[in-house]
Design a protein. Sequence first.
Length: 88
Amino acid sequence: MANLHAGVNLWDIYELNPNIEPRNLQVGQEVRVSRADGYDKEFHTVKPGSTLYSIANLHKGVTVEDLLELNPNIEPLNLQIGHEIRVQ
């Protein structure tokens, strides 16, 4: 698949799709191959040990309350590694 998109390598695909099982892709399954301009500024990918507080502190001017408002379905005490949280 990476061979079909210039400038995209296998690691990029793994990084852009943390919740896919590369050896078990399904027909019709969507796989992200690039980030939209500004994507990194709008989203944060949850890493092990992340909390809403720690994520807010990584993004200037963002509060825990902002994160809760931007992500109404988020469970603050059950953040999933690899989940993308809107920060803007």
